[in-house]
Ligand binder design. Sequence first.
Ligand code: GUN
Ligand code: ZN
Length: 439
Amino acid sequence: MDQSNRLAIRGQVLQFTGDPFQVGTDSALRFWSDGLVIIEAGVIQEVGEAPALLARLEPSVERHDYPGRLIMAGFVDTHVHYPQMEVIASYGAQLIEWLNEYTFPAEGKFHDRDYARKAAQLFLDESLRNGITTSAVYCTVHPESVDAFFEVCAPYDLRVIAGKVMMDRNAPDFLTDTAQSAYDDSKSLIERWHGKGRALYGLTPRFAPTSTEAQLEAAGALWQETGGVYMQTHVSENRQELAWVAELFPDCDDYLGVYEKYGLLGPRSILGHGIYLSEREKAVIAETGSAIAHCPTSNLFIGSGLFDLRASQEHTEPLRVGLATDVGGGTSFSIFGTMRAAYEIAQLQSFSLHPVQAYYLATWGSARSLYLDDKIGNLVPGLEADLTVVDLNSTPLIAQRMKHAKDLEEALFIQMILADDRAIEATYAAGRRVYQRES
Ligand code: GUN
Ligand code: ZN
């Protein structure tokens, strides 16, 4: 066999064998303290004990050795806004004011393709520096911002989802489209980008208040016409937003009912936040196979509220939930920081999110929420080789704390509470190293 496109990565290897919320945290993981991941043509071929696998590997196969480092699946960010890097850490506003004061003016600049390209490159660099290999991304209302984003992503061959924001009311003129132009532009962007390499398109009606009924109807129609495309939006994030939606859509039972009415729920529908969902809404999310993107740093920072993760998993039919940074409402690209915030929010509700549950949410669980768990989010043969390499002793404090870690679970917990981008030593996409930390 031709060995030239094969790569073997050695280190401590972490693999999920199930959903820890369902099978329990003791039976969801497999771990090799000296493991090997063999990759061929961008796909994981074998995972297991290094000495045994190396004994039958051709010596000519390229090797990347990371002794003492943790090799795990690349992180998956299920909801993020690339044009909002410049408003991250904006002071003193809750959702609606935050959008009007900070976000909309910033997004206005993305009609300029060069501006958008520079921002997209910065976003991608930052994502890879944080070990994120898949993101579901909101661009802006401008089709140029979407072309720029996918163009910048193309050379990295990332499994990425992105789309043009659709918004035709309750926003400044320089940021609005129409029902028809949103339909036409989204359609041609789908033709241009969906399925190109590993890229996927996400129809992106921003949220109910910024779309007319005509636009939501057009979005629903386009989604039904196009196979495999995603649909991403926001739902039930903030109390003032809830009251506004009730005013704007008096004939709908509740917030989710708006998306339900226009055929925007189902597999590959990603709903950001979902903090104040009623039992009816949760049941509809479960029945339709839609997913919630839990955005903990954003929910804390914008003061939106506390998502009830435990209830979502203890629901009669557990909801698909992914983890998300929601930059720039969110305050960090670090998935460690995002897991920490998810832990803290759960603690405030007397639920101690277990590290195995948190890492699952950050990888395979998020992939499952996106119906991509047969492609990404885990280190098993047949999946695409998106990996991150974690330095478990990235700062003096962490190194000191790690000396007292009694087992793998505690080591994982220490990382999710204390680590940040400095802990990401390398990131691989489709079997190629796309980020290497400077030594
Ligand atoms: N709701 C509508 N748009 C946005 C946005 O850009 N960020 C957040 N967090 N919520 C929203
Ligand atoms: Zn958002």
